[in-house]
Design a protein around this ligand. Structure first.
Ligand SMILES: Cc1cc2nc3c(=O)[nH]c(=O)nc-3n(C[C@H](O)[C@H](O)[C@H](O)COP(=O)(O)OP(=O)(O)OC[C@H]3O[C@@H](n4cnc5c(N)ncnc54)[C@H](O)[C@@H]3O)c2cc1C
Length: 602
């Protein structure tokens, strides 16, 4: 059996930083990822990228859901080339009617680089308060819509503070390659590694006006897309008009490699190292243990063969749902493993995503969205102590704008009518108003004219929001699939209403030069969507929270499973609360922190 210092399962935000640090320190590192390696055009012998610029677009005709025991059996669905086929390996969620449905929600992307290949690249730090929401809320009696004091019961402080993570935020920003500005951010910075952002899209001037009218300090949204040569990853800006295409970042793979996904930033630079091995198309099926040591990582390789490898240290970073599933599947095979990983029954509990939503308006004029990135301005105004308490909230969040249009083909397919993922195209196809002249009018009204403002905020952690193994439904290999049980707390709904109102106000004040009467077409939050229970915002967090008390957490402060000596979980699963911003930069910073600890162990 081959043996490595570290075996890392998953090459996304939680896995790649560990590989980077340990391989650079001459440790032998194996990274296993179930997805393929999709090349940028520069890496491809013919100069044609494996990315299609429409990664989430259906790859063929519709398929029929044939799984037994789900309410949406017999329905048509489409899948893309970076997501599993729903019939092969679905996630199952329980709808409000108590019936199970198959969904693609809760998968980011199955490809080397994980979700960072498709992400919108919004790379915000969490606020200082986000790390101590239990202390912050202790003794408060002013929380709205929390009749049973769930916040005080279930919120947990992180075992590390913002100050502990701050040097790793700096290091992540340096290594990954992010453009943005620091002034007006509500968090302390010790160093500034941001690259210079592109000029904002002219349509974002409405956001500047709106935020200024509301006295919301604003800064250029940090985006993990390079705008200049980037020495740590060895990337160079192409000459000519090419970089403009990075305007379409969110939901697209970047053929140019300018988006700072973990493949181009953290893993590709390791390729020349003899002590580094990457194996794509290798799905880890389970772990085996002897006492407190993980002794085998068992995977199926690209040819379907079962292979066993060993690591002095084993890092699980499959994105939270699949990591919990992998550990539960391993526990199903071995009662001693089960007792160690889930003796306190907490594995899978306190699964989290974010409260999210926003507002959208059609602005006067028409703008070319391709000349800039998707988000120009962000504000931390709604993460402050004063804002949180004035609104009877338990936590704050971030607000930023998006310039992209619903009228872009993929956006239309995926977001028209605010549906997502598994209901792709359905809403558009069923909108019988969008035919003939009406369709022309829709494009005329929407193309180059829409402006939106989004929020991302903390979700109340609940033990009832959890990942389990489904009792009966199995993947094509016969392994039980992940069962997502979750709902929104009444305080989440209050919080989302407050934040959606703030987003609306920014547009209302922005659209008419600071008066506040501009018509905002739509505003709201995810809890009112038809499939609200399933929606996860691609932010897959919690379920293996870290903490200082072994009876109250799955992982110790270094993200080591309490009762295993050599097992670590470093994807978003470690988070006890989901933070008031998009999570990936924090996952990366924490993984760099854990990597420093691992260096002391091998
Ligand atoms: C369309 C989209 C937009 C997004 N926008 C943003 C944004 O703007 N900002 C932000 O902060 N976040 C964003 N995200 C979320 C971001 O992608 C995730 O937070 C991040 O990638 C999570 O990191 P992770 O390590 O937990 O998992 P991932 O990065 O998803 O990595 C998990 C990896 O594990 C592999 N894997 C899973 N199971 C196995 C197995 N059994 N064996 C081997 N390999 C396995 C997968 O193939 C995958 O490569 C977005 C995501 C999507 C899909």
């Amino acid at each position: 059996m081959e043996s490595f210092d570290v075996v890392i399962i998953g090459s996304g935000a939680g896995g790649a930083p560990i590989a980077h640090t340990l391989a650079r320190a001459s440790k032998s590192v194996l990274v296993l990822d179930k997805g393929p390696l999709l090349r940028t055009q520069e890496e491809h012998p013919l100069g044609v990228s494996d990315f299609k610029r429409d990664e989430l677009y259906a790859t063929g005709a519709e398929k029929k859901l044939t799984l037994e025991g789900v309410k949406n059996r017999e329905e048509a669905f489409y899948s893309s080339h970076v997501e599993p086929d729903l019939n092969d390996e679905p996630h199952i969620y329980e709808g409000v009617d108590g019936k199970d449905r198959a969904t693609i929600e809760g998968y980011t992307a199955q490809v080397v680089g994980g979700g960072t290949q498709l992400y919108g690249a919004v790379s915000l730090r969490f606020s200082e308060i986000d790390f101590r929401l239990a202390s912050f809320n202790a003794g408060r009696t002013d929380l709205i819509d929390d009749p049973k004091n769930d916040v005080q019961k279930y919120a947990r402080d992180w075992p590390i503070s913002y100050a502990d993570l701050e040097p790793y935020y700096c290091e992540a920003e340096r290594l990954v390659g992010i453009n943005g500005t620091r002034a007006n951010q509500g968090k302390p910075f010790s160093t500034d590694h941001y690259q210079t952002p592109y000029p904002p899209n002219p349509i974002s001037a409405f956001i500047e006006t709106g935020m200024d009218a509301l006295f919301m300090p604003r800064y250029r949204t940090p985006l993990a897309v390079i705008t200049q040569d980037h020495a740590p990853s060895g990337r160079k800006m192409p000459q000519g008009p090419e970089p403009a295409k990075t305007g379409y970042v969110n939901r697209y793979g970047d053929p140019l490699g300018l988006k700072s996904n973990t493949w181009v930033t953290l893993i590709r630079p390791l390729k020349p190292l003899p002590n580094f091995t990457l194996r794509a198309n290798c799905v880890v099926t389970h772990l085996e243990a002897s006492g407190d040591k993980i002794t085998k990582v068992v995977y199926r390789d690209a040819a379907g063969r079962t292979v066993e490898v060993a690591g002095t240290l084993v890092v699980v970073a499959c994105s939270a749902i699949e990591s919990v599933r992998l550990l539960l599947l391993s526990a199903e095979r071995d009662t001693a493993f089960k007792a160690r990983i889930n003796g306190n029954g907490l594995l899978g509990e306190y699964f989290l995503t974010h409260c999210f939503g926003g507002a959208e308006a059609i602005m006067p004029g028409r703008y070319d969205k391709s000349i800039s990135l998707d988000s120009d301005w962000a504000t931390d105004a709604c993460a402050s102590d004063v804002f949180i308490k004035t609104n009877g909230l338990w936590a704050g969040g971030a607000i930023y704008n998006n310039t992209s249009d619903q009228a872009l083909p993929i956006s239309l397919a995926r977001t028209h009518g605010s549906v997502d993922m598994d209901t792709m195209w359905t809403s558009f196809i069923n909108d019988t108003g969008l035919t003939g002249d009406a369709l022309n009018q829709f494009f005329d009204a929407n193309f180059g004219t829409r402006l939106s403002v989004s929020f991302m905020a903390n979700q109340v952690p609940l033990p009832t929001n959890r990942i389990e193994l489904h009792p009966t439904i199995r993947d094509k290999w016969g392994r039980l699939v992940a069962y997502i049980r979750k709902d929104w707390h009444s305080h989440d709904k209050h919080l989302m209403n407050v934040f959606a109102g703030q987003c609306r106000r920014i547009l209302a004040f922005g659209g008419d030069g600071g008066v506040g009467n501009y018509q905002v077409n739509e505003f709201g939050a995810i809890y009112s969507a038809e499939n609200a229970r399933a929606r996860i915002a691609n932010h897959i967090l919690g379920g293996a929270r870290f903490g200082t008390n072994p009876a109250d957490s799955v992982l110790d402060p270094q993200c080591r499973a309490w009762n295993f000596d050599n097992l670590y979980v470093t994807d978003g699963g470690f988070m006890p609360t989901s933070g008031g911003a998009n999570p990936t930069l924090t996952i990366q910073a924490n993984a760099l922190r854990v990597a420093d600890h691992l260096l002391t162990r091998v």
